[in-house]
Design a protein around this ligand. Structure first.
Ligand SMILES: NC(=O)c1ccc[n+]([C@@H]2O[C@H](COP(=O)([O-])OP(=O)(O)OC[C@H]3O[C@@H](n4cnc5c(N)ncnc54)[C@H](OP(=O)(O)O)[C@@H]3O)[C@@H](O)[C@H]2O)c1
Length: 243
């Protein structure tokens, strides 16, 4: 295939940690559509099974923040796999007086130590030229009350990605930094403010619409198939940072 041409995923194995909802589910669906064998994971086994049946994907239920379970999962995976997307745990926001250090520590584990642990486990498991994809965000780039933990972790993501890309080469490592994405996580975080937020984004974003999980899935599959890309952070926010 000539440089720059889009390859599909036929014959490749794509693993999505956090693949039963939102960004992970849509990426798994698109990867299946592009011909990949797909393995999805999540904690809630019933919802995961339902997603697996719908997509024709294999499933494996466990908590990715439990590093023993994570290691056992990698041992169960076929070798090699081609691409791995890690979604999973959402962000932790709290104003300092209410900030719970145990929750902050857990967030640090799931947004810094989890990618590092996955990098360690990828050695000898992900094929050369395959991809690790992690999720970050753009919202945490702005300072504000309640933003200390997410701000620090948002800044850490690109640095971690660049270093993992060097340490794990020729495995490629990239970070997706999303703005608001219309997923079940956003619905939970916003509650009855969700429709107002969607409307506000439609009327203010340069793209004139709300970013959905399918948009992130398109970027994720591009990052899997474009073998020129490693060590970088890809903003996908419909221009939210500009307004
Ligand atoms: N939505 C946004 O606006 C947005 C913006 C920027 C970044 N992000 C990040 O992108 C990622 C995915 O977001 P999303 O909106 O797609 O979330 P979502 O709709 O809540 O989906 C999260 C998926 O991950 C699974 N999951 C959660 N915790 C897990 C754990 N400890 N172990 C294994 N699986 C776990 C969930 O299933 P179970 O609950 O059954 O485990 C579900 O399948 C998150 O890290 C989020 O912070 C989201």
């Amino acid at each position: 295939m000539a440089a720059g041409q889009r390859a599909g995923l036929t014959g490749q194995t794509v693993v999505v940690i956090g693949g039963s909802l939102g960004i992970g589910l849509e990426t798994a669906r698109l990867a299946r559509g592009e011909g990949a064998e797909v393995i999805i994971t999540a904690r809630n086994a019933d919802r995961l099974e339902a997603a697996g049946r719908e997509l024709g994907a294999k499933t494996d239920a466990f908590d990715a923040t439990d590093f023993d379970q994570l290691e056992a999962f990698f041992a169960r995976l076929p070798t090699p796999i081609d691409h791995l997307l890690v979604t999973g745990p959402g962000p932790y926001y709290a104003p300092l007086p209410e900030l719970d250090l145990d929750l902050a520590r857990a967030d640090l584990e799931s947004h810094v130590l989890l990618p590092i642990q996955i990098g360690k486990l990828a050695i000898g498991k992900v094929r050369p030229g395959g991809t690790l994809l992690f999720m970050g965000g753009t919202g945490g780039r702005q300072a504000g009350v309640g933003m200390s933990v997410i701000g620090a972790l948002t800044a850490a993501g690109p640095a971690l990605t660049r270093n993992l890309a060097v340490e794990l080469a020729p495995i490629r490592v990239n970070l997706i930094a999303a703005g608001f994405v219309d997923t079940p996580l956003s619905a939970t975080l916003l509650g009855d403010q969700l429709d107002a937020r969607r409307e506000q984004l439609r009327s203010t974003l340069p793209i004139g619409r709300v970013v959905g999980p399918e948009d992130i899935a398109n970027l994720a599959v591009h990052l899997m198939t474009n073998t020129a890309l490693t060590g970088a952070t890809y903003d996908i926010d419909g221009g939210q940072q500009l307004v």
